[in-house]
Design a protein around this ligand. Structure first.
Ligand SMILES: Nc1ncnc2c1ncn2[C@@H]1O[C@H](COP(=O)(O)OP(=O)(O)OP(=O)(O)O)[C@@H](O)[C@H]1O
Length: 287
């Protein structure tokens, strides 16, 4: 497709220089040698990553110690890729990522104890026919004892007021209920950090609200990838990515208005009916 020269990256760079927190600058989040020894939170150090041989992340460094962190950006901005890298599912081309001191790619056994991942679609996560088996699976990989894992799964279901789900077929549950099973399976393993990649997509408002309320009560550090910025107003820190670059980093009040304005400008500038200029370049990653 033809690009009329109003690419997102240029648009944002001209009108929206990276948003910086009043309290901190990006440099404050770059770990120095002494900070690298600090095991707290998520530490991304000089991350460079290529996709199909093309550089995507270039020397990205972040130190995330806040309890609630939102990761936003347009489609293709790199949110899921960064989540996969942070979860240790993908090897970074260069640099490293440590979560509470664990190099998540190199030390998978420790990573499983440290990170919990919840995907957008519970069907990409659930593999067992019954709820109890699903929850017991991760526990068994931690303790190595099937009976103990099943008992712990039962106790966990009871604590969530869902004992009657133990023998229930996972695919007889609604999508919202399957999300809850995924959340319980992850929480049962007591990870220090939980990554959620668009967990509310496709859920009705009460279900997403209830899931959000559960998340809100968790003690764990949570990193939430979402397009629904209304969920992020109460968060501690927002990271805004565009095409692998950091466009904003700060509190919701510092980042979200600029993000909203940039996204609204896109609606009007690029609308084929109102503006006549819709040019979506798939190679560029617009869609
Ligand atoms: N394995 C891969 N190989 C090559 N390119 C990839 C790969 N995975 C993702 N990409 C590309 O990297 C870019 C970032 O993708 P990513 O899925 O991280 O974006 P996203 O911000 O999560 O998008 P969305 O909001 O649509 O979920 C996209 O242009 C995508 O096409």
């Amino acid at each position: 497709m033809r690009d009329l020269g109003y690419g997102l990256s240029n648009f944002c760079r001209v009108r929206y220089p990276p948003v910086r927190s009043g309290r901190k600058t990006i440099a404050d989040h770059i770990p120095d040698a002494s900070e690298a020894l600090n095991d707290a939170g998520i530490v991304v150090s000089n991350l460079s990553h290529k996709l199909d041989g093309t550089p995507f992340f270039d020397n990205l460094s972040l130190k995330l110690t806040e309890r609630r962190i939102g990761l936003i950006g347009r489609n293709g901005s790199g949110k899921s890729t960064l989540s996969r890298l942070m979860s240790g599912l993908v090897a970074p081309t260069d640099g490293n990522i440590r979560i509470h001191g664990v190099d998540v790619y190199k030390d998978r056994a420790a990573a499983i104890r440290t990170i919990g991942l919840i995907f957008q679609n519970p069907d990409h996560q659930i593999i067992f026919p019954t709820v109890e088996e699903e929850i017991a699976f991760g526990l068994e990989s931690l303790c190595g004892d099937k009976k103990q894992a099943r008992e712990k799964a039962k106790a966990f279901l009871k604590a969530f007021g869902r004992s009657e789900w133990a023998e229930r077929g996972t695919f007889t549950l609604s999508q919202g209920q399957r999300h809850l099973v995924c959340l319980m399976a992850v929480l049962a393993m007591e990870p220090k950090v939980i990554f959620l990649d668009e967990p509310f997509a496709g859920l009705d408002w009460p279900t997403s609200r209830r899931l959000f309320d559960w998340l809100d009560k968790l003690d764990q550090q949570v990193l939430l990838v979402t397009h629904d910025i209304d969920h992020l107003a109460s968060f501690d820190r927002i990271i805004w990515l565009e095409k692998g670059s950091l466009m904003g980093d700060g509190t919701p009040t510092e980042v979200l208005p600029a993000y909203r304005e940039a996204m609204e400008a896109f609606v009007h500038v690029d609308d084929p009916i109102l503006g006549g200029n819709l040019v979506l370049d798939t190679a560029r990653g617009d869609i």
